[in-house]
Design a protein around this ligand. Structure first.
Ligand SMILES: Cc1cc2nc3c(=O)[nH]c(=O)nc-3n(C[C@H](O)[C@H](O)[C@H](O)COP(=O)(O)OP(=O)(O)OC[C@H]3O[C@@H](n4cnc5c(N)ncnc54)[C@H](O)[C@@H]3O)c2cc1C
Length: 374
């Protein structure tokens, strides 16, 4: 790599990290994968992204693009190639406070976005984890704590700035480059390097947050009750349930978030969940939105979550589906299954309006096999 380093553009001097550099250990891997790239480039500006892409192409090595490094596939690093890491391109700017319009650079993490918007009383629904990056989530979908109230993250993207493979910078919105704009909202990884998004944030300071642990019936009945309630719950409610086994019991750890500014308004949406099974723990609080995606999530990525994860969507989770989920948890693999709520505002968007077509399903689920002990 030393010959290649000699040709690093002046604009990127000091912003290339190769094996042996003390920064390499914290930049080589992703959250789900340990990797050994030949070099990691750290552009801070759009112009530097263009330079980094040109330089990376000249090396004729595989190129990976990384924002937050939380992609489940681990595609944002590689072995022996060049990684363009956008973590230093991370500004968050409110560009029109009255319209709630925010420009967010791809390398920002959602914890930082929530913190920057809180003083304005604005929120962008992102995901359940503050360490996830803007670039991967806002090009893929974005199933967050306010998803049923306000839609996917991509549903509120109003414009994108993209560096294409040939180094051209394009701004795309509904009227300019509409096909690129369509593609980036759902299938953006690979469309180019999205350097920034303009997103319409919503007014929200606090949310009602219920956290409960419920003992679930092994025949799937409790999972079915959860999903039946979510199918007809008010759209202000979004929820996630982690289903897992502990000893001989099946437990559901549920977080339910209500887009409401008072406990009085939040509680009625949560109460039916208290009746789905034997409640072992429960509390409901009114919390500022950033507490759901806190700065405590901002850890370096060192391949720390190496289990096998798969995602899927249920149109509706019927009795057989609920039994299958429960069996996956108690079966030999003892999977951990996370169920998330969809519907509501997500399904207001036409299936062909963006490259994310899944507009009739109610429940995504995420299976995570327990990592093999080493
Ligand atoms: C702990 C954890 C919690 C999660 N919670 C949620 C959740 O609640 N809701 C949800 O919807 N998802 C969730 N996810 C999934 C996550 O949103 C996606 O994997 C997302 O792609 C991660 O974004 P990133 O920028 O951190 O990822 P990265 O690993 O940096 O990138 C992921 C993919 O997007 C591409 N990419 C990244 N940035 C850009 C860019 N600027 N331009 C073009 N392509 C780019 C990468 O090349 C890679 O293929 C979670 C993942 C983890 C590990």
């Amino acid at each position: 790599m030393s010959t290649a380093m000699a040709r690093v553009p002046d604009s990127l001097r000091g912003q290339i990290v190769t094996p042996g550099d003390r920064r390499y250990a914290q930049l080589r891997s992703t959250y789900t994968r340990s990797a050994s790239p030949a070099a990691v480039l750290l552009p801070k500006t759009t112009a530097q992204v263009v330079d980094a892409l040109r330089y990376a192409r000249e090396q004729r090595l595989p190129i990976a693009v990384r924002s937050g490094g939380h992609g489940l596939s681990g595609a944002s690093s590689n072995n022996g190639g060049v990684v363009i890491d956008l973590s230093m391109l991370n500004r968050v700017q409110v560009i029109d406070e009255r319209a709630g319009l925010v420009r967010v650079e791809s390398g920002a993490r959602w914890a930082n976005v929530a913190k920057a918007l809180a003083p304005y009383g604005l929120v962008i629904s992102s995901g359940d984890y503050g360490g996830v990056g803007v670039g991967g989530l806002a090009t893929g979908g974005g199933v967050g704590w306010l998803v049923r109230a306000h839609g996917l993250t991509i549903d509120r993207v109003r414009a994108v700035e993209v560096v294409l493979a040939d180094g051209t910078l394009v701004r795309a919105d509904a009227d300019h480059e509409p096909e690129l704009f369509w593609l980036v909202r759902g299938a953006g990884a690979g469309a180019g390097i999205v350097v920034a998004f303009e997103i319409e944030a919503v007014e929200q300071r606090n949310v009602g947050v219920a956290q409960l642990v419920v003992e679930a019936q092994p025949d799937g009945r409790t999972v079915r009750e959860w999903t039946s309630y979510l199918a007809q719950a008010p759209r202000e409610l979004s929820a996630a349930a982690v289903v897992y086994s502990e000893g001989r019991s099946v437990l559901m750890s549920i977080t339910a978030v209500v887009a409401a500014e008072s406990l009085r308004r939040a509680r009625p949406a949560v109460e039916p969940l208290l009746a789905i099974g034997k409640v072992l723990e429960h509390r409901t609080d009114l919390l500022p939105y950033p507490t759901l995606v806190p700065a405590a999530h901002l850890n370096p990525n060192v391949g720390q979550q190496r289990g096998t994860t798969t995602n899927g969507l249920f149109t509706t989770l019927d009795d057989a589906g609920a039994r299958a989920v429960t069996r996956a948890v108690t079966g030999p693999g003892r999977a951990v299954v996370q169920l998330r709520s969809l519907g509501g505002a997500v399904n207001d968007v036409a299936h062909d309006a963006t490259a994310y077509p899944h507009r009739h399903q109610d429940t995504p689920r995420c299976f995570r096999r327990r990592p093999t002990p080493r």
